[in-house]
Design a protein around this ligand. Structure first.
Ligand code: IMP
Ligand code: MG
Length: 183
């Protein structure tokens, strides 16, 4: 890697091969659950884009995709606690089998807000697929129907997840240790 010391700050937590395998399993589950129907995936920008791209190609159903963007985090690691809609959907979801695709479920504030907004638009069904789940951090009582991996309370980057917009391109999900928190 380009920066000195970078290696010691990024610790692989979930390797690429394990992610690939699990994404296929989640897609198979979705394919079984919605047999013969169409599913409409809504990616929550930007963190979910890589997960969504891999997931949708493994789903053996008629699919469509859309994106929504919300902001609850500033540039750092802590949520501001306030969720704002930055980009709305392009099309109506009324009567569709909607699956919200999230990178990570942390405090639950983002998902709680999104589910409230989407429910008002009367989808036929409304489910959630999250690559990662940090259950210990939950503030709002929301659950994901499909979870890739439950992880401990660590700040992770890679496979779409960022720290201040960096590291989204890492193939593994890695724990990010900032210099001041490093052991
Ligand atoms: P929540 O509203 O606290 O559940 O946060 C959800 C959003 O916060 C996710 O979609 C991520 O964008 C971001 N987030 C939460 N935990 C992490 C992390 O460990 N690494 C990177 N982003 C995170
Ligand atoms: Mg996000």
């Amino acid at each position: 890697m380009a920066n000195t010391g970078e290696k010691t700050r990024l610790k692989p937590l979930i390797r690429r091969a394990a992610i690939e395998k699990r994404v296929r399993e989640v897609a198979r589950q979705i394919t079984r659950d919605f047999k013969g129907q169409r599913v409409h995936l809504i990616g929550v920008l930007k963190g979910s884009c890589i997960f969504l791209a891999d997931l949708v190609r493994e789903i053996d159903l008629e699919t469509s995709i859309d994106f929504i963007a919300v902001s609850s985090y500033g540039r750092g690691k802590e949520s501001s606690g306030q969720v704002r809609l930055l980009k709305d959907l392009d099309s109506n979801v009324s009567g569709l089998n909607v699956i919200v695709v999230e990178d990570i479920l942390d405090t639950g504030l983002t998902l709680n807000y999104l589910l409230r907004v989407l429910r008002q638009r009367k989808p036929k069904t409304l489910r959630v697929a999250a690559l990662l789940d940090k259950p210990s951090r939950r503030i709002k009582k929301v659950e994901s129907d499909y979870v890739g991996f439950k992880i401990p309370n660590e700040f992770v980057v890679g496979y779409g997840l960022d720290y201040a917009e960096r590291y989204r391109n890492l193939k593994d999900v890695c724990v990010l240790q900032l210099p001041e928190t490093a052991a």
